[in-house]
Design a protein around this ligand. Structure first.
Ligand code: AMP
Length: 209
């Protein structure tokens, strides 16, 4: 099963990914998580990546493509994977196509989570992430249990100011992937508004078709 999760920042990709990867026994490959892990390592590359993420800008395609290529070669990707936050540009999508062809694989679905801008802002600014496992919570919609609350972080790019820049990047560079995958017959539009369980049911209905 090869899946892509597409949607603006705060659409709920990371949250919904958890149930999907469990259902299919495939890994969630989040380029945002890979990038944050590299930034925590204090390597020169980490410093370079931070200049982009802190400004709400996309990391250059070449860097992200290289990271993904390496990650997809790992053994746990043999049964498939859920790509979360990749591809984010047409160039990345073309690179992914090349990788899929080489591996004689094909995408099953591109899951596109649709959410209004006002809701996105509220989701992003209230988001808290667990740095130990990437699990995300929301102070209002999905409050963390007391024992993990202490270690949660508020990402530097989850502020209102940086969110505006991330959304602009999304509109300019990532949104063109919607018609791109629509033309390939792979796009599945999913209403991303509502309770976590409701949205999950809409996503799972796609796999039943
Ligand atoms: P995310 O956790 O998916 O919201 O990603 C956080 C940040 O990492 C983004 O704002 C970008 O700076 C960077 N990033 C993550 N995935 C990609 C990607 N596929 N292409 C370029 N930059 C990315």
């Amino acid at each position: 099963m090869e899946l892509i999760f597409l949607g603006p920042p705060g659409a709920g990709k990371g949250t919904q990914a958890m149930a999907i990867v469990e259902k299919f026994g495939i890994p969630q490959i989040s380029t945002g998580d890979i990038i944050r892990a590299t930034m925590r390592s204090d390597s020169p590359l980490g410093g370079e990546l931070r200049t982009y993420t802190d400004a709400g800008k996309l990391v250059p395609d070449e860097l992200v493509n290289r990271m993904v290529k390496e990650r997809l070669a790992a053994d746990d990707c043999k049964p498939g994977y859920l790509l979360d936050g990749y591809p984010r540009t047409v160039q990345q999508a073309e690179t992914l196509n090349g990788m899929l062809i080489q591996e004689q694989r094909a995408l099953d679905h591109v899951l596109f989570l649709e959410v209004d801008d006002a809701v996105l802002l509220e989701r992003v600014t209230g988001r808290r992430s667990d740095p130990t496992n990437g699990r995300v919570y929301h102070v209002k919609f999905d409050p963390p249990p007391a024992d993990v609350a202490e270690r949660l972080i508020h990402r530097a790019d989850d502020t209102e100011e940086v969110f505006g820049k991330r959304l602009a990047e999304y509109r300019e560079k990532t949104a063109p992937l919607v018609p791109y995958y629509e033309r390939k017959g792979l796009l599945r539009r999913v209403d991303g508004l509502g309770e976590i369980e409701e949205i999950q049911a809409r996503l799972f209905a796609i796999f039943e078709r």
